[in-house]
Design a protein around this ligand. Structure first.
Ligand code: ATP
Ligand code: MG
Length: 907
C-alpha cells in the first residue's frame, strides 16, 4: 500500500519531471492579503502573479498547499465529521502554468498521473466543464469539453456541463478566477451515504459519497472586482487543485479519508486517551466525535504554527471556535480535562516530515492549546447545562427555535461560538434565532466600537488588477534624500501614469526611485516630504504593493504632475526608527541568551517613538531575568560594535543560522543583518544574524541607551516587551527626573534618600492608623461604660427600663452597639441616647418588641423630639435615629423623650 507521504511526493515528482519548480506551501495565515483569513487554495500565494502585479519567477510550479476552509467563500466546517471527505484543514496538491501551457496540456497530465502513474480505474472517472453564465456574460467552455475526448480516452458522454456554482472557480469575493474543469470518481452504488434522503439521485455533483470530486483544473483568465465585474487578465494561467486526503483514500482503497494513514494515528491515540473505540460509522455520535477531533487538531496545529493565536476576533476567533468545538466533542468521549493538546505530537508524527515547521513549534503550540482548553473547560460544563435548559424551552416553543437571547448568553457568558450552539441545536432538530443573535452582537459591537473609523477602501483595493511600475528603492539603506521623477499617481480611481494633483489633494505618489522605507517587517513606513520647485507633498506613510512603493499623503502647496522632477526627503524620525530597529535585534539575541532558544519572535513594532517585541515564552520571565536582558543589551550598545548587512542566497543564510521571522515569505535572495562583525567577510563572527529588510544604525553605540518599560502577556504563551532607546528614552527619563525633583522638593530630601524617606512615611502611616484604631476602640469602650451606668441608674416603670441620657462624643456605629447592648441586657426597655457626632446632634432611640406591641415606637419618639435639635429623623418601630444642627438642645430633646415614654407606659 502506498503511504500518504509517497503519494504526496509522487505528485510533486511527477510535475518536476514535467519541468515544474517545487514551491513550498505558503503559510496558512496569508501574508499581506487582508481579503483572506486563511489560505483556501494553492493559488493564493500566486495571486499577485495572476493579477500582473508581480513577475512570475518560474513558468511552471507545483506543491502541496496547506489549506483551511472555515470562513468566507469556502467554508466546510459544518460538513466535518458528518461526511468522510470534507475537512477544515487539508492539503491541496497543485500544479501551475504562468502564461505557459494551457487547457490541453493540463488535462492530459492530470489524466496521465491518475490513470497511468497511480493506476486509477479510467472507467470510474468523469469530467465536468463550465456551461457558461448569462449574468457574467460568459460562454460555455466548449474548448475544454472538446479536449477531454481528444487528448484522453474519456468518452464525450462522461464529460458533463455545470454552471457557475460548480465550474467557475473563485478564491473569494474578489481576485483571480476562471472557468474550471473537474475530475470526479464514481466509487460505486455501495458508497452512497444519502440513501435515506428523499429524492436523492447518485450523480456527479449530486452531493453523496459515491461521486467524489478529486481534482479541479482552473483556467484563470479574469479578476473579479469589488463591484462584481469581471475584467480579463493580461495573460492566461492554469491553476489546479487536488485534495490529497481524498486521493489517498482512493489509492489506499479506504471508504473514508479518516481511515487513511493521515488520520488513523490521531484517531487511535484519541481512542487510547479516552477509552472509546472508533468504528468508522457515519451518523454514530462517538465516531463523529473522533472524526471532528482528528480534523480540528490538524487545523489548529497548522494555524497556530503559522502565527494565528486564539482570540476574540478575526483569525484568532476562528481558531478559538474550532478548538471549542473540539473540546465540546471531547465531552462526547467523556473528556472533561484538557486533552486535545496531547494530540499535537501525533499530528507532528503524521505531517512533520512534509511540514517541518509544525515539528519546530510543537511545544509552543501545545502550550497554547492546553491553556485555551483549560480556559474554556471551566465554563463548558456549566454552558452545556444552560444550553440544555434553553433547548427544553425551544422544544416547547412553536417554531422549535432557541432564542437569540439564549444563544447570546451562551456566547457572551459561556464562550459558546454561535456555530457551536447551532451545531448542538441541530443535533436535537432545533433551530437558532440567528437574526436576534446578530442584532445583540451588533449592539454589543456598537457599544465597544472604537472611535477610530478606518478608511475601508485601501489603496490596494483601488489598484486591484492594475499593473504598477517597479520602484528602485535601495537608496533607503544609504540616504535620507534623493532626486527622483514622478511616474504615477494613485487616487480614488486607481493608478494613473499621467495627470496632475492640486494643493489639498490626498493621493499616493509613485516615483521611479526613492529613499523612503515602505512599511514591512514591523518597521513603520517613512514620513517626509516630496518637493518640486513650486510644490510640497507631505508624505504621511509609505507602503509597498508588489514591487511598487507608494508614498501616501497630501499635497500641501502647489501642483504636481507625472513627469515632474522632485526631491524626496525622509523625515528625521527615521533616525529614531533605525535605533529602535537595531535595538530589537539586540533584544532578540539577549532574550535567547537568558530565556533560551524557544523564545521566538512573534511580531514586532518598530517606530520612531518606541519598539515592541512579541515572542513566545511559556512562562512569564522574572524581574531578575528582564534585568539581565536589559544589561546584556546595554553591554552590546556600550561596546559600540558594528552593524553590517549583505544579500545572499537563502540557503546560505540558513546555513549561517540567520534567524528568520517565522511564517514570513522570503525570496531566493535574502538580506542578512549582522551585529558585531567588522565586515561582511567576517559575518560568522557576528553575535546576531537576522533575515531583515529594515533600516539600521551603523554602530550599536548610536542607539544610546535601552530600557524595558513594560512586559506583559498578550495571549497564551506569548509575551510582549515594550522598550525605549535614543530620544524616546531621553524624554522618558526627563519626565521621570521631573517627578523625582518634585518629590524631593515636597519631602525635602535629596533624590538618593527619596526611597528611604517614602518607606519611612509608609511605616509612619501604618503606625498612626494603628494608633487611631486603638483610640477609637478606647472611646467606644467609654460609650459602653457610660451606657451601662445609665442602665444602672435608670427609672423603671413596671418591668420596663427607661434609659434616657447623654453620652460623650462618639460615632453612630458605636452608639448603635451601645443601644444593642442595652436592649439585650434590659430585656424590656425604652432607650434614647443623645450625643454629639462631628459637631452635629444625634439622637438614637430603641424600643424592645414588647413595647412596640404596646404601641411605643422608637420612630414616633424620634419624630417628636427631632425638631428640638433643629433636625429631622425617623426609622423603624424598634430602632430610629435623628440628626440636627443644634447640639446645645440635646438635653431638652432627651427630657421631652423621657416625658413621652412615661406617658405611653403609664397609660
Ligand atoms: P467540493 O465540491 O467537494 O466541496 P470544491 O469544489 O469546494 O470541492 P475546490 O475548491 O475545487 O473544491 O478544491 C480543489 C480540490 O480540493 C477538490 O477537488 C477536492 O479534491 C479538494 N477539496 C476541496 N475542499 C475540500 C475539503 N473541505 N476537504 C478535503 N478536500 C477538499
Ligand atoms: Mg467545497
Amino acid at each position: 500500500m502506498r503511504s500518504a507521504r509517497q503519494i504526496r511526493s509522487g505528485f510533486i515528482d511527477f510535475f518536476k519531471s514535467k519541468d515544474h519548480q517545487f514551491v513550498p506551501s505558503s503559510p496558512i495565515v496569508p501574508i499581506g492579503d487582508e481579503t483572506l483569513l486563511f489560505a483556501n487554495a494553492g493559488m493564493n500565494q500566486f495571486k499577485d502573479i495572476f493579477l500582473g502585479l508581480a513577475p512570475a519567477p518560474y513558468r511552471r510550479a507545483a506543491n502541496s498547499q496547506k489549506c483551511l476552509r472555515v470562513s468566507g467563500k469556502h467554508n466546510d466546517l459544518e460538513e466535518v465529521g458528518k461526511d468522510t471527505y470534507h475537512h477544515t484543514f487539508f492539503e491541496m496538491l497543485g500544479n501551475w502554468s504562468f502564461d505557459d501551457y494551457f487547457k490541453a496540456q493540463s488535462i492530459e497530465w492530470a489524466w496521465e498521473l491518475f490513470t497511468k502513474v497511480w493506476g486509477i480505474d479510467a472507467g470510474r472517472l468523469w469530467a465536468t466543464v463550465f456551461a457558461g453564465d448569462p449574468t457574467d456574460g460568459l460562454p460555455a467552455d466548449d474548448e475544454a469539453a472538446g479536449l477531454w475526448p481528444k487528448v484522453t480516452p474519456l468518452p464525450a458522454e462522461r464529460v458533463l456541463p455545470f454552471g457557475r456554482k460548480d465550474n467557475f472557480w473563485e478564491m473569494g469575493e474578489t481576485g483571480p478566477c476562471g472557468p474550471c474543469s473537474e475530475i470526479h470518481i464514481d466509487l460505486g452504488p455501495d458508497r452512497c451515504d444519502k440513501k435515506n434522503v428523499a429524492g436523492h439521485k447518485c450523480q456527479v455533483n449530486g452531493g453523496c459519497a459515491r461521486y467524489i470530486e478529486l481534482w479541479n483544473l482552473v483556467f484563470i483568465q479574469f479578476n473579479r472586482l469589488p463591484d462584481g465585474k469581471l475584467v480579463p487578465l493580461p495573460a492566461k494561467y492554469v491553476d489546479t487543485g487536488a485534495g490529497l486526503e481524498r486521493i489517498v483514500a482512493v489509492l489506499q482503497n479506504k471508504t473514508s479519508n479518516y481511515d487513511t494513514d493521515l488520520f488513523m494515528p490521531i484517531i487511535d491515540f484519541t481512542g487510547g486517551l479516552t477509552g472509546h473505540k472508533y468504528t468508522s460509522k457515519l451518523g454514530n455520535k462517538t465516531d463523529n466525535a473522533f472524526r471532528v477531533i482528528a480534523d480540528h487538531i490538524r487545523a489548529v496545529v497548522f494555524a497556530i504554527t503559522d502565527g494565528a493565536t486564539p482570540s476574540n476576533e478575526g483569525r484568532g476567533y476562528v481558531i478559538r471556535r474550532i478548538l471549542r468545538r473540539a473540546s465540546r466533542f471531547g465531552r462526547e468521549l467523556g473528556m472533561h480535562e484538557p486533552f486535545i493538546y496531547k494530540l499535537v505530537p501525533v499530528v507532528v508524527d503524521c505531517l512533520g516530515e512534509a511540514f517541518s515547521e509544525i515539528a519546530e513549534r510543537a511545544d509552543y503550540v501545545s502550550t497554547v492549546i492546553e491553556s485555551e482548553e483549560a480556559g474554556f473547560g471551566r465554563t463548558l460544563d456549566r454552558g452545556i447545562e444552560i444550553f440544555n435548559a434553553a433547548a427544553k424551552r425551544a422544544q416547547k416553543s412553536k417554531d422549535k427555535t432557541i432564542s437569540g437571547d439564549d444563544a447570546f448568553q451562551l456566547y457572551d457568558t459561556y464562550g459558546f461560538p454561535l456555530d457551536l450552539t447551532q451545531l448542538m441545536a441541530e443535533e436535537r432538530s432545533l433551530k437558532v434565532d440567528t437574526a436576534k443573535f446578530d442584532e445583540l452582537m451588533e449592539e454589543q459591537r456598537e457599544r465597544a466600537r472604537a472611535a477610530s473609523a478606518k478608511d475601508t477602501l485601501s489603496i490596494t483595493d483601488k489598484v486591484s488588477g492594475q499593473v504598477l511600475p517597479e520602484t528602485q528603492d535601495l537608496h533607503k539603506y544609504h540616504t535620507e534624500q534623493c532626486d527622483a521623477t514622478i511616474v504615477g499617481l494613485i487616487d480614488s480611481d486607481g493608478f494613473k501614469n499621467k495627470g496632475r494633483i492640486e494643493a489639498g489633494a490626498q493621493a499616493g505618489i509613485v516615483l521611479d526611485r526613492t529613499c523612503f522605507y515602505a512599511e514591512a517587517g514591523g518597521q513603520v513606513g517613512d514620513c517626509g516630504t516630496i518637493e518640486s520647485d513650486s510644490a510640497r507633498f507631505a508624505v504621511q506613510n509609505t507602503t509597498k504593493i508588489a514591487n511598487c512603493i507608494v508614498h501616501h499623503g497630501q499635497l500641501a502647496a502647489g501642483a504636481l504632475s507625472v513627469g515632474d522632477r522632485v526631491k524626496a526627503t525622509v523625515s528625521k524620525d527615521r533616525a529614531a526608527t533605525k535605533k529602535n530597529h537595531t535595538a530589537t535585534h539586540v533584544l532578540q539575541w539577549a532574550l535567547q541568551q537568558i530565556l533560551g532558544k524557544s523564545s521566538a519572535q512573534q511580531g514586532s513594532y518598530v517606530g520612531p517613538d518606541y519598539l515592541r517585541f512579541d515572542f513566545t515564552c511559556p512562562k512569564a520571565p522574572t524581574a531578575e531575568q528582564l534585568k539581565q536582558v536589559e544589561s546584556l543589551v546595554r553591554e552590546k550598545i556600550a561596546a559600540d560594535l558594528p552593524v553590517t548587512w549583505t544579500v545572499m542566497p537563502k540557503e546560505q543564510a540558513q546555513k549561517l543560522g540567520a534567524m528568520a521571522l517565522f511564517g514570513e515569505k522570503y525570496g531566493s535572495e535574502v538580506r542578512v543583518v549582522a551585529l558585531g562583525a567588522e565586515d561582511q567577510s567576517r559575518i560568522t563572527e557576528a553575535f546576531s544574524r537576522e533575515f531583515c529588510g529594515g533600516t539600521h544604525v551603523d554602530r550599536l553605540g548610536v542607539i544610546g541607551g535601552f530600557k524595558i518599560i513594560k512586559e506583559e502577556s498578550i495571549s497564551a504563551g506569548v509575551r510582549r516587551i515594550t522598550a525605549l532607546t535614543g530620544a524616546g528614552l531621553t524624554a522618558y527619563l526627563e519626565k521621570a527626573g521631573d517627578v523625582v525633583d518634585e518629590l524631593s522638593a515636597m519631602l525635602k530630601v535629596p533624590s538618593e534618600s527619596l526611597a528611604a524617606r517614602v518607606g519611612q512615611l509608609i511605616e509612619d502611616n501604618k503606625k498612626l492608623s494603628k494608633e487611631l484604631k486603638a483610640a477609637a476602640r478606647q472611646s467606644g469602650a467609654d460609650v459602653m461604660a457610660e451606657a451601662r451606668e445609665l442602665l444602672e441608674k435608670c427609672q423603671k416603670i413596671g418591668g420596663t427600663s427607661v434609659i434616657v441620657g447623654r453620652v460623650s462624643k462618639t460615632s453612630i456605629e458605636q452608639a448603635r452597639e451601645a443601644v444593642d447592648m442595652l436592649r439585650k441586657k434590659a430585656k424590656s426597655a425604652a432607650i434614647v441616647l443623645g450625643f454629639e457626632d462631628d459637631g452635629r446632634a444625634t439622637l438614637l432611640a430603641a424600643a424592645t418588641d414588647d413595647l412596640v406591641k404596646r404601641g411605643l415606637k422608637a420612630g414616633d419618639i424620634v419624630k417628636e423630639i427631632a425638631p428640638l435639635i433643629d433636625g429631622g429623623g425617623g426609622g423603624r418601630p424598634e430602632m430610629a435615629q435623628a440628626g440636627g444642627k443644634n447640639p446645645k438642645k440635646i438635653g431638652d430633646a432627651l427630657a421631652r423623650a423621657g416625658e413621652l415614654i412615661e406617658e405611653k407606659l403609664r397609660t
